[in-house]
Design a protein around this ligand. Structure first.
Ligand code: FES
Length: 139
């Protein structure tokens, strides 16, 4: 049976993504196919898109709850390949059916979306475009 795709935010830490995953660089190179990823969402990792623990040094604070719980798209089985593509100077774009769950176990289902990796979105874990206003720079 296929593994369910799931995205969660670890409190004060990275995005934790599990499932049938394909991580793609901003240049379109497949970085890895795996079943588990820890990706930076504080914006300070020196190994972006991966978390390198910098959130502890910089005192990143985020409880991992949805800021504004969005409505789910239609019911989908969260299986199949979940592609996570790095957007230069912007979010992580995911494509593929996935469940996004916060630390209060609120769940939404999506097939596509953008995940904030600059820490300044007012709609975390989703990107709201703030990265361009603050001049976030990351490959
Ligand atoms: S990446 Fe943070 S608002 Fe877009």
């Amino acid at each position: 049976m296929d593994k369910q795709n799931k995205i969660t935010s670890i409190p004060n830490g990275p995005l934790h993504i599990t499932g049938t995953l394909e991580l793609v660089s901003s240049e379109g190179e497949v970085l890895e196919k795996t079943e588990e990823l820890y990706l930076c969402r504080c914006g300070n990792s020196n190994s972006k898109p991966y978390c390198d623990g910098q959130h502890k040094q910089t005192g990143f604070l985020d409880d991992g709850k949805f800021v504004k719980p969005p409505a789910s798209q239609e019911e989908v089985a969260c299986v199949g390949v979940l592609e996570v593509k790095v957007q230069a100077n912007g979010p992580l774009i995911f494509r593929g059916a996935t469940c996004i769950e916060d630390t209060c176990r609120q769940r939404i289902l999506r097939k596509v979306g953008g995940l904030c990796r600059c820490q300044h979105s007012d709609n975390r874990p989703f990107c709201d475009g703030t990265h361009s206003k603050i001049g976030f720079v990351a490959k």
